[in-house]
Write a protein of this length. Structure first.
Length: 84
């Protein structure tokens, strides 16, 4: 993965971790998974796949691999992090 992609993954990971943490702390969402969709804005499927896999790895390190789910949906990745 090139430097630009690494920076992009870091930025997306940090933003998702912040959003997920806020979601899990909000009592209105107790027990509910965090779900969002992200587009890498990339026309190259191989590059988007690499970025998606790196995102999965980084989120799994933070939340545990059994809680993190990524699926490709058109040009976006659907992200779901299960409640602990």
């Amino acid at each position: 993965m090139d430097r630009e992609a690494t920076i992009e993954v870091s930025r997306i990971t940090e933003a998702m971790q912040k959003m997920a943490s806020e979601h899990f702390l909000d009592k209105r969402f107790t027990g509910e998974p965090f779900e969002t969709s992200v587009s890498f804005g990339d026309d190259h499927p191989d590059r988007a796949r690499l970025i998606g896999e790196e995102l999965r790895i980084r989120l799994s390190e933070a939340y545990g691999s059994s809680r993190v789910h990524l699926s490709l949906n058109g040009g976006n990745y659907d992200v779901k992090i299960d409640f602990a």
